[in-house]
Unconditional design. Structure first.
Length: 599
């Protein structure tokens, strides 16, 4: 109820939203924010570097202490040497805990700040609106600070408890070595018991702080939902961010999980070895205390120091490995950011109110470091108003790049994308974009997916559209009919149904220009039926597909291979040429649909 009250306080009209609707509409924000969090896994490598450096210092300190123990065995007990060893160990523990504090405070704070920065940049790019709209309600920095403070407090207490425990254990060891009375040792052992209580107390505090932080984040998600709704959630229709983000960040996530898992396993293995060495060192010390056997102590000391040298070498190798992984990860992060946070064109030279007469790829070339040859090379295509054009691109990479060039998601290496002969920052509103692979929203209902980004809420207007695309009976047979959420569709519904929902969106909007990017998993028959509907209903259509059988109703067909135009013209002209298009079409359609007779 607290969250609902907050929404009403923010905006009176928000009272019409139920809790389930708010949660449903905010899922996508949580999804992309979690992807961004995983994107920052690079900090794990930085922490691994710090841990390895600490490990080297630990080796040096333990080596000194072992030498001191061996000296005790050879020369007898010396209180001065004992207290020197204890002083060094205590100083090391202080330094070690300061390093731990640095890891848990400074690095965590830096990571949190970068997560916040990326999330804000993401939302700003996504909505192309003023980020201060959210700041007027409650700032991300305030929420982040509250969350970090609760975590930071627990970390401080935990470090202090561990430090006291280590010092107590060291005192007990020295007391035993100095032949002090057992009652005093028992007293010190009893004094270390409160650590268990304090640790339990702090874990409880930590649990409470986590609950508070979850409430804070839940409130943030609700506020984000209202802000995004006000800024018009679906302004990125001409960006197709969904497919771009999912592909890039899933790849990056797999890379991080693989390399991070390997690094952490190596670090855990090294820690186990260090624990073994520490145990051996303790055994050497206790052997001297119990048996005063200088020979055993000397042999044990030599063995342990040889193991320490070997471990030191292993640590140095792991530092090099961690550093290389860190460098490689940073490179990958920069590469993804260059694709994700694209640089928009600085100038916009067209009048937004003017009618769109042509869309042009003006001698466009696109190449990338990962591909040794240009994906698109000197491609020149002019799409004129009133013409139905089908781009047939068999190669998946080329098809993906040309689609993103047309939608201004990628900046050409050479050449320009022009509208009415002028440069633009984004696709004009008159050009409707539908990417079959990522233009429907699973958290919205069927009706909401059709009337998307419009003011219409009259379901009666949808009936003729559903009849035209042939899914009226199918929709009305669902449990919630038009209110059926896409993610909860019956299992019998296939990808063809969702494609027809997108077709219904086009027919409902009735745009002047349409850019339709088809998907590979759509059956050729379904795609052919959809294209026929599009060509009949929309004045200017540009379709991008890998299927040649869908092109027969187009006025202009362009066959592109290896980033270059292979053939272009009307379907009849290309059949008469008896080139690549005609051979491919005959192979696909034979023997059911023979080619029409040539005139």
């Amino acid at each position: 109820m607290e969250e609902i009250g907050l929404l009403v306080e923010m905006e009176e009209e928000s009272a019409s939203y139920s809790v389930s609707e708010v949660i449903k509409h905010s899922r996508w924000v949580c999804h992309y924010c979690s992807l961004l969090d995983k994107h920052l896994g690079v900090f794990l490598y930085f922490l691994t570097l710090l841990s390895n450096i600490k490990g080297i210092v630990s080796i040096a300190v333990y080596g000194f202490i072992i030498n001191a123990i061996a000296g005790f065995a050879r020369q007898g007990f010396s209180s001065t040497a004992a207290w020197q060893a204890f002083g060094l160990y205590a100083a090391y523990q202080i330094w070690n805990n300061l390093m731990t504090l640095f890891e848990q405070s400074y690095v965590a704070k830096r990571k949190s700040a970068l997560i916040l920065q990326l999330k804000r940049a993401f939302l700003h790019k996504l909505l192309r609106t003023d980020i201060k709209a959210l700041d007027r309600k409650i700032t991300n920095e305030q929420l982040s600070e509250k969350y970090n403070n609760s975590e930071h407090l627990y970390n401080h207490y935990l470090v202090v408890v561990n430090f006291l425990s280590d010092v107590t254990a060291s005192l007990i060891l020295l007391i035993i070595m100095a032949y002090l009375a057992w009652p005093l040792a028992v007293i010190l052992l009893v004094l270390s018991v409160p650590r268990l209580w304090l640790d339990k107390f702090m874990r409880k505090r930590h649990s409470l702080s986590q609950k508070r932080s979850k409430k804070i984040m839940a409130r943030l998600r609700l506020i984000m939902k209202m802000w995004l709704d006000r800024a018009n959630l679906f302004q990125f229709r001409d960006r197709n961010l969904s497919a771009l983000i999912d592909k890039k960040y899933i790849d990056l996530k797999k890379y991080y999980e693989k390399s991070t898992g390997t690094t952490l396993r190596q670090w855990q293995s090294a820690n186990k070895m260090l624990d073994l060495v520490n145990s051996l060192a303790s055994l050497v010390g206790y052997a001297w205390v119990l048996f005063k056997n200088s020979t055993l102590s000397a042999v044990g000391s030599i063995y342990v120091q040889l193991r320490l040298i070997n471990l030191l070498e292993t640590k140095l190798k792991k530092i090099a490995t961690s550093y290389n992984l860190l460098e490689e990860s940073i490179t990958k992060v920069i590469d993804v950011e260059n694709v994700f946070f694209w640089k928009e064109t600085e100038i916009d030279t067209i009048n937004k109110d003017s009618e769109i007469l042509e869309l042009e790829l003006n001698h466009v070339t696109f190449s990338t470091i990962s591909v040794p040859f240009p994906v698109v090379e000197n491609l020149h295509i002019n799409f004129r108003s009133g013409v139905k054009t089908d781009l047939i691109i068999p190669d998946m990479i080329t098809r993906d790049v040309i689609s993103k060039l047309l939608t201004l998601q990628l900046t050409p290496t050479a050449g320009d994308v022009l509208v009415n002969g002028g440069l633009v920052k984004s696709l004009p509103e008159d050009i409707m974009l539908v990417n079959v692979g990522g233009s429907y929203f699973p958290f919205l209902s069927v009706a909401e997916n059709i009337v998307l980004n419009t003011d219409s809420k009259d379901e009666e207007q949808l009936t003729p559209v559903l009849h035209r695309v042939g899914i009226y009976d199918q929709v009305m047979g669902m449990p919630n009919k038009l209110a059926q959420v896409v993610s909860d569709l019956p299992s019998a519904v296939g990808p063809g149904f969702l494609t027809k929902v997108l077709l219904a969106r086009v027919l409902f909007r009735n745009p002047k220009w349409l850019l339709w990017i088809s998907a590979k998993n759509i059956a050729a028959k379904t795609e052919r039926e959809i294209f026929e509907q599009l060509y009949l209903s929309v004045p200017t259509v540009i379709t991008v597909s890998d299927k040649i059988s869908s092109s027969q109703k187009a006025e202009r067909v362009i066959l592109i291979k290896q980033g270059k135009i292979l053939e272009q013209g009307s379907p009849d002209e290309l059949i008469q040429m008896q080139g690549e298009y005609a051979k491919w079409l005959e192979k696909v359609l034979a023997p059911k649909d023979p080619l029409p007779p040539q005139t």
